[in-house]
Design a protein around this ligand. Structure first.
Ligand SMILES: CCCCCCCCCCCCCCCCC(=O)SCCNC(=O)CCNC(=O)[C@H](O)C(C)(C)COP(=O)(O)OP(=O)(O)OC[C@H]1O[C@@H](n2cnc3c(N)ncnc32)[C@H](O)[C@@H]1OP(=O)(O)O
Ligand SMILES: Nc1ncnc2c1ncn2[C@@H]1O[C@H](COP(=O)(O)OP(=O)(O)OP(=O)(O)O)[C@@H](O)[C@H]1O
Ligand SMILES: O=C(O)CCC(=O)C(=O)O
Ligand SMILES: [Fe+2]
Ligand SMILES: [Mg+2]
Length: 335
């Protein structure tokens, strides 16, 4: 059977399962088209890259793991640049260096051992190269379409837990931080910079949780302290099946911004490293979060931005994003 016919067969099976009710109206394969069933694929575009199975998996689970997508050479270069930044050999405009709350409150620690996260590295050409890697953008396009903005960049250096469990990241939905929509045109790429497993606190996801809505987020009531802005979902179902995403260096997971995820404690002596970027279609639009569950994070971000950029707090939540977003493909149409 031809490749096209193969794809059609898998898609038909998917339609069968997800649209049993409309199934009766199909008389032959020729009747199946987007126009009849715009809901069949809500989360992905057909760009000839994802196999039908992969598309269906993302629709169903809200994430897809691609093995060995980023080369060791590239990752080693990102790691070197990270070290240069920690040693203050380079100064990057707009970069936020975040320390773990329990490390910040204990003795003075120098260099990369103090750093839990670099945020907003869009002005560092070497790290930002990650966001422009063609093999990443090829996948991103399946979720965002052709006009692509890199909205948020992070290098996470999850420290060995100090015993206070502050190295955990509570379960959350990234959309909580974003005043733009539609959610389905936003995707995160997260690449392991070394082997990540349960011991060093790999990502933990609740498959299918992206089918739900944005939940209320707040600081969890954890005794040992919680890092600034690490909000968690208030009431997620503890019985929802979870998947621990164990990954090798270079493996990359793409996930939906409503997918509930977090990461456990790092119980090893090493710093667990990952690099990530949140992409959005530049056709997305900003929303006003006033009166919504996002108002709490909006206030925190505005306060931080006012301090960081030395502006007053009339800077809007949307502005903080418009300032940081960078076009990486196509045209900057709206964002
Ligand atoms: C436009 C501006 C930037 C916008 C921010 C980005 C928004 C997030 C977008 C994320 C979208 C992606 C999707 C989800 C991601 C989820 C996240 O990762 S959210 C986490 C991101 N969080 C941050 O980036 C935190 C930002 N960091 C800071 O604000 C600062 O690092 C700081 C925590 C305020 C500390 O800075 P500084 O004042 O320079 O530090 P110190 O002088 O050493 O300490 C002062 C004070 O603060 C305590 N402290 C230090 N580190 C932390 C910490 N990590 N958490 C909590 N508290 C901390 C420290 O102990 C001191 O306290 P004291 O009581 O005064 O002694
Ligand atoms: N009390 C809690 N409230 C909310 N989230 C939590 C809580 N405890 C852990 N988490 C979060 O749950 C996720 C998974 O944590 P963790 O890896 O410890 O899971 P686990 O199922 O206990 O796995 P393991 O047995 O490997 O430790 C992380 O995001 C973590 O931050
Ligand atoms: O522990 C991690 O690397 C995941 C962090 C995360 O989910 C986030 O920063 O949004
Ligand atoms: Fe996240
Ligand atoms: Mg655990």
């Amino acid at each position: 059977m031809s490749r096209a016919a193969d794809r059609l067969k898998v898609v038909l099976n998917h339609l069968d399962r997800s649209h049993g009710a409309v199934r009766a109206s199909f008389t032959s394969a020729q009747n199946v088209s987007y126009h009849h069933h715009p809901q069949a694929f809500q989360y992905t575009f057909d760009t000839d890259l994802l196999t039908p199975e992969q598309r269906i998996a993302y629709e169903k689970d809200g994430f897809i793991l691609i093995r060995n997508l980023v080369s060791d050479e590239d990752i080693d270069q990102f790691r070197k640049e990270f070290e240069r930044i920690c040693k203050r050999e380079v100064k990057v405009p707009g970069l936020l260096v975040m320390r773990d709350v329990s490390i910040a409150k204990s003795e003075f620690v120098e260099g990369e051992k103090a750093v839990t996260k670099l945020q907003d590295f869009q002005e560092d050409p070497e790290l930002f190269r990650y966001c422009t890697l063609p093999q990443i953008l090829k996948y991103v396009k399946c979720f965002t379409g052709p006009n692509i903005m890199a909205m948020h960049t992070m290098l996470i250096n999850k420290p060995p837990d100090t015993g206070k469990k502050t190295s955990r990241h509570p379960m959350h939905q990234d959309l909580h931080y974003f005043p733009f929509r539609p959610a389905d045109r936003i995707v995160c790429s997260w690449t392991a910079m070394e082997k990540v497993h349960r011991e060093n606190g790999c990502l933990v996801v609740l498959p299918g949780s992206h089918h739900g809505t944005l939940q209320e987020h707040d600081y969890p009531e954890w005794e040992g302290g919680i890092n600034k802005m690490y909000h968690g979902v208030r009431n997620y179902n503890p019985d929802h099946p979870r998947v621990h995403l164990e990954m090798e260096k270079g493996d990359t997971v793409f996930f939906h911004p409503l997918l509930i995820h977090g990461s456990g404690m790092n119980q090893t002596k090493g710093f667990r490293k990952a690099i990530s970027c949140h992409y959005a279609s530049s056709d997305c639009y900003y929303i006003d979060v006033k009166g919504t569950t996002q108002e709490n994070i909006s206030n925190e971000v505005k306060e931080l931005a006012a301090k960081k950029y030395g502006v007053d707090d009339t800077i809007s939540f949307q502005d903080t994003w418009a300032l940081r977003g960078r076009l990486v493909q196509g045209e900057r149409t709206s964002m």
